[in-house]
Write a protein that binds this ligand. Structure first.
Ligand SMILES: [Zn+2]
Length: 148
């Protein structure tokens, strides 16, 4: 009877065994995100992203909530992010400092001017001010910020 748990575990790992789906789980560790936000953060087209989200939803890793026109995704349990993070820690140690630096590129940050949520990896501009790094979208917010 215990084998059924390993079977389910393997099915779960199989569904997660995709770089983009792992990236989705990683992004959702900080909380709920809209499909449009994830498209921007992952650099994926909606059709492609939807396929990944469908796989994660079917296996019970994410759930959805509709708010107005937007569909928001979140993890069904924080342990999905934790388990993934534990393996990432081992990989970072193996890959060294550069990989650790790259990992910071996937934190959800907010453009201080327009409030758009983005990741440093795909921000159009970044600007260091008072020992803090700020990230901006591509619509002139960095210029606005520098004027202030
Ligand atoms: Zn902006």
């Amino acid at each position: 009877m215990y084998q059924i748990v390993f079977k389910r575990h393997a099915e779960l790992m199989k569904a997660l065994a995709n770089p983009k789906r792992l990236e989705v789980v990683h992004l959702l560790r900080q909380g709920q995100l809209a499909v449009s936000e994830m498209e921007r953060m992952l650099g994926l087209r909606q059709a492609n992203l939807s396929q990944h989200l469908m796989v994660l939803r079917r296996i019970g890793v994410v759930n959805t909530e509709r708010r107005g026109k937007e569909i928001y995704y979140s993890l069904t349990h924080p342990n999905f992010a934790r388990a993934s993070e534990l393996m990432r820690v081992v990989l970072m140690q193996r890959l060294g400092g550069q990989a650790a630096k790259a990992a910071n590129q996937l934190t959800v940050v907010t453009d201080p001017v327009c409030g758009m949520r983005l990741t440093p990896a795909r921000a159009a501009h970044s600007y260091r001010f008072h020992a803090r790094q700020y990230y901006f979208c591509g619509t002139g917010c960095a210029k606005e910020f520098k004027k202030l």
